[in-house]
Ligand binder design. Structure first.
Ligand code: HEC
Length: 155
């Protein structure tokens, strides 16, 4: 019986290429997942307007929900530095980053809170619509006034 020499010599090469392909796919996949544009929000969801006003009671109720459900990741003051934050990659969003938050529409933030995206949990079945809109108001209240630094060109 003849030993298929050619094949056995090519096998390690094939395995090497396979591993290379897997590693490359993993790198591309994680890069794509970390990019901010990898959390697509449907256009009609972006256009939704917040039906609520940032009244004291609305912000107070949001603060309670936030402390209970969000702070362990996003941090008590929204800096993205909660006690569990270091476990996650991408890291929980820093809500005090005025540039980032002011770039998002109310509908966009509402959509993201509702739908989640690993590791960010889904909240549409845990919180009412009003609670989620209140959280949008609350998140906006965490960032320092955004409009004043629009032209400053830096952070
Ligand atoms: C398990 C940790 C965790 C919890 C709990 C959590 N988040 Fe997040 N959240 C994340 C991570 C991580 C991201 C960033 C995801 C990304 O950029 O891909 C994120 C992103 C977001 C964003 C998107 C910001 C942007 O980039 O536009 C919003 C809004 C948000 N979280 C709100 C909340 C609210 C409100 C709560 C509580 C009801 C909450 N999150 C609870 C981990 C968490």
């Amino acid at each position: 019986m003849q030993i298929p020499r050619k094949r056995s010599r090519n096998l390690p090469k094939a395995i090497f290429l396979l591993i290379l392909a897997v590693v490359a796919t993993a790198i591309v996949y994680s890069a794509v997942n970390k990019a901010p544009w990898s959390w697509p929000v449907p256009e009609e969801a972006k256009q939704l307007k917040n039906p609520l006003q940032p009244t004291a009671p609305a912000l107070k109720s949001a603060r309670e929900v936030y402390a209970d459900k969000c702070a362990h990741c996003h941090g008590d003051s929204g800096k993205g530095d909660g006690q569990d934050a270091s476990k996650y990659d991408p890291a929980p969003t820093d809500f005090t980053d005025a540039k980032r938050i002011s770039a998002a529409t109310d509908g966009e933030l509402f959509y993201k809170i509702s739908e989640g995206k690993k590791p960010m949990p889904v909240f549409k079945n845990k919180l009412t619509e009003d609670q989620r809109w209140e959280l949008v108001l609350f998140i906006r209240s965490l960032a320092p006034a955004a409009s004043s630094d629009k032209n400053s060109g830096g952070r």
